[in-house]
Design a protein around this ligand. Structure first.
Ligand code: SAM
Ligand code: SF4
Length: 335
């Protein structure tokens, strides 16, 4: 049988890679300052975006190499036309067990039901501020109301779990921490705080603007009482998850800068224009699109995937003087 499974993707540090993040577009309806330039963004030409057929072929091959978990991202994935069609296609691939989506939520009100019907069950909504003024400062666009509507639509459609991802920025969204804590306690939605990483388009990242997970935690505890670790059912998950001691409200921390989790990493990424990246911070990438478009074989694709994983570095070097920020900002990599 052509579909037999192959030895898994293990890198030179023994990490097995089963988790693929697929960017389906680099376009976006927001302009978050830590991700995109404010204006004059150069997007990939439409004909350079991988088609659903090309993405499907890649995932079929990756699944033979042990990939069983997918996350759809971007840019804003919901601006890619007919996304539910892709989700249905991916869900049907042998070996794929879990598909998640990361979205800014603006278009969720329109699309939540179709996405659910396509088989999607896990949604992360990025929302950095519960206050509309702060929202606009971060995203440089309107849309706060739409995100809240989108969250409600996702709930109504039956999505579970729904998680909120909030990038925490010193001097900008600090006053949102307590409101988010309250929101987590009242709504039952888990709120995860993400440390600001050097992947912005303007190369203006500054360590002093990173609000560390430990600080966020102590501020929440000062307001709401102790947080109790929920343990790590999945040791490869980047987030450390907590619950307030009184049993009300779950929060998590993705401490990419202050407590890197590279040692357990199982993730790699395919960009919207068909480049394979073994790390967010990688300075090199592997061209998959040429294989897909110029008559390459599955064996060639397998060879390329293996060599990309094999080249993966031990970890990011954000905390060293050696660190070099990749040329591609977050929207272009696929977060
Ligand atoms: N547009 C979708 C969204 O916002 O969820 C998907 C793509 S976005 C690049 C994925 C995630 O990366 C979002 O949660 C976003 O907040 C996060 N992100 C973008 N730039 C970041 C940065 N410089 N540091 C930390 N997180 C970042
Ligand atoms: Fe768009 Fe997401 Fe980047 Fe914000 S973080 S600009 S919503 S891709």
């Amino acid at each position: 049988c052509l579909m037999t499974s192959l030895p898994p993707l293990v890198d030179s540090f023994g990490r097995r890679h089963n988790n693929l993040r697929l960017s389906v577009t680099d376009r976006c309806n927001l302009r978050c300052f830590y991700c995109m330039p404010a204006d004059d963004v150069e997007f990939v030409a439409r004909e350079e975006l991988l088609t659903f057929e090309e993405i499907g072929r890649f995932v079929t091959v990756a699944a033979r190499l042990g990939v069983d978990k997918l996350r759809i991202t971007g840019g804003e994935p919901l601006v890619r036309r007919d996304l539910p069609v892709l989700i249905e296609k991916l869900a049907a691939i042998d070996g794929i067990q879990d598909i998640g989506l990361s979205t800014n939520g603006i278009l969720l009100g329109e699309q939540a039901r179709d996405l659910f019907a396509a088989g999607l069950r896990r949604i992360n909504v990025s929302l950095d501020a519960l206050d509309p003024v702060r929202f606009k400062e971060v995203t440089r666009r309107e849309g706060h109301e739409k995100v809240l509507e989108g969250l409600q639509a996702a709930k109504d459609a039956g999505f579970d779990p729904i998680k909120i991802n909030a990038v925490a920025i010193r001097g900008l969204t600090e006053d949102q921490l307590i409101p988010f804590g309250r929101f987590a306690r009242e709504s039952g939605v888990e709120v995860r705080f993400i440390e600001f990483m050097p992947l912005d388009a303007d190369n203006a990242w500054d360590r002093n603007r990173v609000l560390f997970a430990s600080e966020i935690r102590s501020r929440l505890e000062a307001e709401f009482g102790p947080l109790v670790a929920r343990g790590r059912p999945d040791p490869t998950a980047p987030s450390s998850d907590f619950e307030f001691a009184d049993g009300r409200g779950r929060v998590g921390f993705i401490a990419s800068v202050s407590e890197p989790f590279c040692g357990m990493c199982n993730r790699f990424r395919l960009t919207a224009d068909g480049k394979l990246r073994n790390c967010l911070f990688s300075l090199i990438e592997t061209d998959i699109k040429t294989i897909l478009r110029d008559g390459g074989t599955d064996e060639q694709m397998i060879e390329s995937i293996r060599s990309s994983i094999h080249e993966k570095a031990e970890g990011h070097e954000i905390n060293t003087a050696r660190f070099v920020q990749p040329d591609r900002p977050m929207f272009s990599i696929g977060g």
